[in-house]
Design a protein around this ligand. Structure first.
Ligand code: P5A
Length: 446
């Protein structure tokens, strides 16, 4: 993409309404625009990152055998009356009436709808286990929408639902999700720690939230510092291997790590004092096992091996897709702007032409641009007429991990400059080598 032809409405001034850095940077980098409280338009740059995050979520869900689908945003209230949650959900639910006077709602989550789909089409234990998921907009009329996409009213969620014959199988699905989520967040450059949490309106006793530690996080958390040494890395875990998934769950959840809702000061006191930490975190996901809560209420039964009808065991699992953009920026920025991890960057590299209009510099930039594209990379070429300062400031603000700077002086010596946004280190090298280096870096990113 050539910047002169793109739509990147960056802001020079800090927007007064933004209290935390990710919100400020998303507005300044022209990623989002508020349309009303807690509701945002995704401008091209923000939309690009959103799609990248979504794509990682899709890939990791499908890696463990979960099946993608899409359910609507608007739901009929009838299903929620069946489960009993229509009254229980409270004022966070946006209730709508259609022209036939039917009660509708903008879905805050989809347990009821998926249970209805399941009971309509599945009748035998032979069709289990089954895990379906979608990535769809949700609406929760939060009393205090704030921090930009972090606590929105309309937000994008990956929500998945497992159906199993037995509790044991459903707990395996729970463990499998935990494994899959660890990998998903690491691909986005994040350390998200599973912590024992409260299940709130979703229900059930088994639940973990995934938290990214950040001062601006909304949740207070308590944990054993040893937990931050754990990484999932590039382990290959067979998603159908119960023991292997269970072992990962044990490894990542055996130390004390809880949100304030479930914090137990007595138990925490048993953690050696030098390892006790109190901090704040951003909840980027949550997994639940709630047994037969919905299947009993909504009569979602299958025929078991003995011919008897049994209510299926279920769980649900959510990832805050749009919130993740805020979390990634909170975890990765400096005073100049965003620093995107390679896995989610909107463009792979920026090309800065220091002397737009100079025939040699323009030709060198065009050649770089074309070679990167030919390798399947997606560069952003700042081809505007303007000073180096302005161009560098834009690149630093929007946070592309790599920048190639092209100017007449370097070209005389046959070199361009390749700069890492994260370290600020630059090296001079021939343009072909800069391209090669970027190709190698991105080949290593799944
Ligand atoms: C699990 C999937 C559920 O709704 N039902 C389907 C279960 N879980 S949850 O924890 O309530 O939400 C899942 C994740 O969605 C994100 N999230 C939000 N993101 C932005 N703004 C909000 N207002 C918001 N509310 C929830 C969180 O990341 C949460 O973990």
């Amino acid at each position: 993409m050539r910047l002169s032809q793109y739509f990147l409405p960056v802001l020079k001034e800090n927007p007064a309404e933004a209290q935390i850095v990710s919100h400020r940077l998303m507005l300044r980098a022209g990623m989002i625009k508020q349309s009303s409280a807690g509701i945002y338009s995704w401008l091209p740059l923000g939309y690009k990152v959103l799609r990248k995050v979504e794509e990682i979520v899709h890939q990791e869900q499908q890696r463990v055998g979960h099946i993608p689908m899409l359910m609507p945003t608007l739901q009929s209230a009838d299903l929620w009356k069946e489960s009993g949650r229509y009254d229980a959900y409270g004022p966070e639910m946006l209730r709508i009436r259609d022209r036939q006077d039917r009660d509708m709602l903008y879905g805050p989550t989809n347990e009821e709808m998926i249970t209805d789909i399941f009971r309509s089409h599945v009748g035998s234990y032979k069709d289990l286990p089954l895990t379906l998921y979608h990535i769809q907009w949700k609406f929760r009329d939060e009393i205090r929408p704030r921090f930009g996409v972090m606590r929105g009213r309309e937000f994008l969620m990956k929500d998945g639902y497992n159906f199993d014959l037995t509790k044991e199988d459903a707990l395996h699905a729970y463990n499998r999700h935990l494994v899959s989520y660890l990998r998903t967040y690491e691909r986005m450059g994040l350390q998200a720690i599973p912590m024992r949490a409260d299940s709130g309106p979703i229900g059930g006793d088994d639940t973990h939230e995934f938290l990214v530690l950040a001062e601006t996080g909304e949740s207070e958390v308590f944990y054993d510092s040893e937990i931050t040494d754990l990484t999932f890395g590039d382990r290959e875990i067979d998603p159908s291997d119960h023991d292997a998934c269970r072992a990962v769950l044990d490894e990542f959840t055996s130390r004390y790590a809880r949100t304030d809702e479930t914090h137990d000061p007595e138990l925490f006191a048993k953690v050696p004092e030098e390892r006790q930490r109190t901090a704040r975190g951003i909840e980027v996901g949550q997994i639940f096992y709630f047994g037969t809560k919905y299947s009993e209420a909504m009569n979602a039964k299958v025929q078991g091996p003995d011919g008897k009808q049994v209510a299926v065991h279920m769980g649900s699992h959510g990832i805050g897709v749009s919130r993740l953009l805020g979390a990634i920026i909170e975890a990765s920025h400096d005073d100049k702007g965003i620093i995107w991890p390679e896995g989610v960057t909107p463009f792979h590299a920026g090309i800065v032409n220091l002397k737009q209009g100079d025939a040699e510099a323009d030709a060198a930039c065009d050649a770089l641009y074309n070679s990167l594209k030919a390798l399947g990379l997606d560069p952003l070429y700042d081809d505007r007429k303007g000073g180096a300062g302005m161009k560098f400031a834009t690149m630093d603000l929007i946070g592309l991990p790599w920048r190639i700077t092209v100017g007449p002086r370097g070209l005389k010596n046959g070199v361009v400059e390749l700069t890492s946004r994260r370290t600020g280190e630059s090296e001079e090298l021939p343009p072909e080598q800069a391209v090669e280096k970027l190709a190698t870096i991105y080949a290593g990113i799944a």
